[in-house]
Design a protein around this ligand. Structure first.
Ligand code: FES
Ligand code: FE
Length: 428
């Protein structure tokens, strides 16, 4: 693999870094691999960029960085949500520096060009300098839009440079996980309005994403949690419970407690076994919307624990998106998945988010530390490969994807890497 150091990556180089049951260490450390990921996965493919509830009113915007590209996601006067490159079309200044706000237009700090929130160039100071070419300049020099934008139940995705497949094709079976989350709201809507917590980690972005669906590490990485708090909602010893891991296809993967919860047939096992009497308005709103039977089933099943390739994680009642900065640097963004029309649930959910994921939280600190140690370990070049064969003999292909009834199986990791290899190793 020394070839990686000396010449640009060819598709066959990339394909050689992944085997069905292991991956080469350089996929986490190589600048060439990282540069190719940003192009193939983050700029050409579909990536999650924002949620419609973050920009509910005309003029609302948020800024994001996707694959290194700064973006503005703005709702125009026409109600449309646009994804625009946050780069002045004159000489490249970053146009908007705020995380979020409301503006009908953005004025560049450098020479004062003004762009509408639909991306059009609306004003150029001292316009005489362009003589009779001003209209032409205005037509040509709007903010560059993402090539494709589409959404599913409020989750907005973009392909910055364009891809042949539709969002529906990209999401495939993963739409079921989004449905499962939205169905917990009596209106079927989420409101991601609590703000985002940002965790900076000195590790590769894929370590964080893979760990999200790793059912093997909890007893060890989170030992202090189990020592400190009362027993977990269900046993984490894999052989005792019907918890499965699943490769949904397309790099989307999950840990699924549905069968275990269905067997228990008890509501809110996933929510600290909160009694339904503690949320009478929520229960009433759910039953009014869906009827008692479906409400019971929804509250037994709870939210998904699903990675949506490449950068979105439905973390039960939280949403996480990952922002790669460099091969060994990542920002992970978290926000609680607040349910529209469910203030009682949301109050409790907020406290749980703070406890698990906040700056003084007890769960995420463990995962962040282990990811950084992982990156440091990979500075050693031997052994060259990371082993992902756990449970390969007990993978079962069925109509839901590839499942494994051993929660500790590395089935999700194998699914993630299969997609990575197909996108990154495609000859173009
Ligand atoms: Fe924006 Fe000149 S770079 S106006
Ligand atoms: Fe963890």
């Amino acid at each position: 693999m020394t070839a990686l150091d000396s010449r640009p990556l060819a598709p066959e180089d990339v394909r050689g870094l992944i085997r069905p049951d292991r991956v080469h260490g350089s996929v986490y450390t190589s600048p060439e691999v990282f540069a190719l990921e940003m192009r193939r996965i983050y700029r050409e493919g579909w990536v999650y960029v924002a949620h419609e509830s973050e920009v509910p009113e005309a003029g609302d915007y948020v800024t994001r960085r996707i694959g290194g590209d700064p973006l503005i996601i703005a709702r125009g006067r026409d109600g449309q949500v646009r994804v625009l490159h946050n780069r002045c079309a004159h000489r490249g200044n970053r146009l908007c520096s705020a995380d979020r706000g409301n503006a009908n237009s953005f004025r560049c700090h450098y020479h004062g060009w003004t762009f509408g929130n639909d991306g059009s160039l609306v004003a150029v100071p001292m316009k005489d300098g362009y003589a009779d070419r001003l209209d032409d300049v205005k037509d040509r020099l709007g903010l560059a839009p993402a090539a494709r934008v589409d959404s599913y139940r409020g989750f907005v995705f973009a392909s910055l440079e364009g891809t042949d497949i539709s969002l529906a094709e990209h999401l495939g079976r993963a739409t079921g996980a989004i449905d499962r989350l939205c169905d917990l709201s009596p209106t079927g809507e989420l409101t991601l309005t609590a703000g985002w917590m940002k965790h900076y980690n000195r590790c590769n972005w894929k370590m964080i994403m893979e760990n999200n669906v790793d059912g093997y590490h909890a007893l060890f990485t989170h030992k202090s949690v189990y020592d400190a708090v009362r027993p977990a909602k269900v046993s984490h010893v894999p052989s005792k419970v019907q918890v499965l891991v699943r490769d949904l296809g397309g790099g989307h993967t999950e840990i699924d407690y549905a069968e275990e919860y269905t067997r228990l047939d008890e509501e809110f096992v996933w929510f600290g076994r909160a009694p339904r009497e503690s949320m009478p308005e929520y229960i009433a709103a759910m039953e009014a919307a869906y009827g008692p039977e479906r409400t019971h089933r929804t509250l037994v099943l709870g939210p998904p624990h699903t990675l949506i390739f490449p950068n979105l994680f439905l973390a039960e009642l939280n949403i996480m998106m990952v922002e790669p900065l460099a091969p060994g640097e990542t920002v992970a963004h978290y926000t609680p998945a607040l349910l529209d029309g469910a203030p009682e649930m949301n109050r409790k959910a907020l406290r749980r988010t703070e406890g698990a994921l906040g700056p003084a939280g007890f769960l995420l600190a463990d995962d962040g530390e282990i990811a950084e140690r992982n990156q440091r370990g990979l500075a050693a070049h031997q052994p060259e490969w990371l082993e992902l064969s756990r449970g390969v003999e007990s993978d079962i292909a069925n109509e839901t994807g590839t499942v494994n009834y051993d929660k500790s199986a590395e089935t999700p990791q194998r699914g993630f890497w299969k997609q990575w290899q197909s996108v990154m190793g495609e000859a173009k």
